[in-house]
Ligand binder design. Structure first.
Ligand SMILES: *[C@@H]1O[C@H](CO)[C@@H](O)[C@H](O)[C@H]1NC(C)=O
Ligand SMILES: *[C@@H]1O[C@H](CO)[C@@H](O)[C@H](O)[C@H]1NC(C)=O
Ligand SMILES: *[C@@H]1O[C@H](CO)[C@@H](O)[C@H](O)[C@H]1NC(C)=O
Ligand SMILES: *[C@@H]1O[C@H](CO)[C@@H](O)[C@H](O)[C@H]1NC(C)=O
Length: 506
């Protein structure tokens, strides 16, 4: 018995005491992005790894083995601070431009931060870092850290890959059928992004030394890319082993709880409720009066079904809020979406929230506002798990129709429940998949998943050299044949000539 206990402790120690020390670099101030990083880092901490994080979202409650070593102040505050007016600005800007500047070059200015400089020059020694995790979006300049320390760089993308990301790990992009890349803007976006973010090379060299490699070289050092995608959602495509799908990783129901008042309200919702949110950034209360009137009128008609609305400042709404709506600036979203009384989800179409709805089998009404939300909702409409409304054209009738469809036509609920199974049925759940591959890369080195395609030029990759060689061979063969035929013809002609001559002579 004692022996068993010791063996048990020993094997426990093997799995826990050999924890790695990992640094998470997530400087972009996007709450919906950080939700995924937070769950990933907490998951690693629970596995016994020592986690240090640099972000603009320090944890509110301490978490074992998770330390916010540098807390950054964001240049732009978006959380609960995007008004209807500011949304128009976001809408009019080119998304590639916004990502390359606001979420890219501007974020790289954090490299000036003395605490970050100190960390880069004097990283901890006991124990040292075993790997660095970094968001890949607009600010790949942070790849300088693992380069300076010579440890593996692990990239995390909160969405399916933007066009400039696949080349960093030689993830094949076949434009003929890879769904996200179908549009012709792909190549243009890639060139434009790389053009706009050239200055990150200078930022790096200015702060860390003139002889360092530039941003384009640094970003190809990525050893592993964890991607918030899944083939059921994003389509079938070939994957290089360094591109690991972890779609839905952020869906962890660990420590959130329903506030007692909210729980009581949900318990009292005998006919169920609809959950309404425009995400972590947008302020519904700043929307035009006409839109709010449509909401008031339409949502009041579905009573006794109730509506739960996430809204930053409920007191700023115009009067006339229907009695069946409950409002709060903060909601434990997962607890709500998995609640048996939920009937539907009205959403702006943000990827993380809609993935949660899919995981818990909740049909959706999508009112996309900006960025990838249009694309996401269109994909859900095509799968028959959502109904779409156009923010600028919708009338009360449209809203009524959407509500009736999603509440009373069982096809949406049934389809999303089936889709949820296809999405969640995996050999290893998303978080464990991520942790597995992170540990794998640390154990076996940065190059273990590196594609040989990383060392080829584009013309070698597309086999242009091979085709050129084949063409050359074909040309040689044709020329040889022509030469031989000519030669034979000449001989034959010569013989004819000779035989003619000989006939004459006879
Ligand atoms: C934290 O990490 C250390 C070292 O890896 C480990 O010994 C310890 O058990 C971990 N603590 C928790 C609460 O996981
Ligand atoms: C909220 O956004 C506005 C721009 O729309 C900005 O001027 C303001 O500084 C932001 N608020 C905070 C607290 O940063
Ligand atoms: C709500 O209902 C659940 C399950 O019926 C129960 O466990 C819980 O105590 C109730 N909560 C409140 C606040 O009434
Ligand atoms: C859901 O799955 C079940 C079982 O596979 C199938 O019978 C049913 O037709 C599916 N429903 C929809 C709407 O796809």
């Amino acid at each position: 018995m004692r022996m068993l206990k010791i063996m048990f402790l020993w094997s426990f120690c093997l799995s826990v005491c050999h924890g790695y020390r990992l640094l998470g670099l997530f400087p972009f101030h996007g709450k919906s992005h950080f939700v995924m990083f937070e769950q990933l880092m907490k998951g690693l901490a629970r596995k016994g790894h020592q986690i240090d994080v640099i972000s603009t979202f320090p944890l509110k409650k301490p978490y074992p083995n998770y330390t916010d070593i540098v807390k950054l102040t964001p240049p732009h505050v978006f959380v609960n601070n995007v008004s209807y007016e500011f949304m128009q600005v976001l809408l009019s800007a080119n998304p590639v431009y916004s990502i390359a500047t606001m979420a890219g070059n501007d974020i790289c200015k954090h490299l000036e931060n003395p605490a970050i400089q100190e960390l880069a020059r004097n990283p901890p020694k006991d124990p040292p870092y075993d790997a660095v995790l970094m968001e890949v979006f607009g600010a790949q300049c942070f790849a300088i850290f693992p380069y300076l320390w010579d440890v593996p760089l692990i990239a995390v993308s909160t969405t399916a890959l933007y066009p400039w990301l696949p080349p960093l790990i030689a993830q094949p992009e076949n434009l003929a059928f890879v769904p996200n890349n179908k549009n012709q803007k792909t190549w243009l976006s890639k060139l434009y992004f790389n053009y706009l973010t050239r200055e990150q090379s200078e930022i790096i060299r200015k702060h860390f030394g003139p002889n360092l490699p530039g941003i384009r070289e640094l970003e190809t050092k990525i050893a592993l890319m964890l991607i918030n995608s899944h083939f059921a959602l994003n389509g079938i495509q070939p994957k290089t082993p360094a591109a690991v799908d972890v779609g839905g990783l952020h869906i962890q129901d660990e420590d959130s709880t329903l506030q007692p008042e909210l729980e009581e309200w949900i318990n009292d919702s005998k006919d169920g409720f609809i959950y309404f949110t425009f995400g972590s950034m947008v302020m519904i209360e700043t929307f035009p009066r006409e839109f709010l009137n449509i909401l008031y009128a339409s949502l009041s008609k579905i009573a006794p079904i109730r509506v739960l609305m996430k809204i930053p400042n409920p007191e700023k709404l115009p009067p006339g809020v229907p009695k069946n709506i409950y409002m709060s600036p903060w909601m434990p979203q997962i607890k709500i979406l998995k609640h048996p009384k939920i009937r539907a989800f009205i959403t702006h179409g943000g990827l993380l929230g809609t993935l949660e709805a899919i995981a818990y089998g909740v049909p959706m009404i999508g009112i996309p506002l900006f960025a990838d939300q249009f694309m996401n909702i269109d994909a859900y409409v095509a799968r028959n798990i959502a109904v779409k409304l156009d923010l600028h054209k919708m009338t009360e009738k449209d809203m009524d129709r959407a509500l009736n469809a999603i509440l009373w036509d069982p096809i949406y609920k049934e389809t999303v429940r089936n889709f949820s199974q296809i999405f969640l049925d995996r050999p290893l759940n998303a978080l464990d998949t991520a942790i597995y591959w992170i540990e794998y890369v640390i154990k076996y080195g940065s190059n273990v998943l590196r594609s040989p395609a990383m060392d080829l030029t584009w013309w070698e990759l597309s086999l242009l050299d091979v085709f050129a060689f084949l063409l050359f061979c074909a040309a040689i063969i044709i020329m040889t044949v022509v030469f031989i035929v000519n030669f034979l013809l000449k001989i034959l002609n010569g013989n004819d000539h000779n035989s003619l001559h000989s006939k004459k002579n006879n």
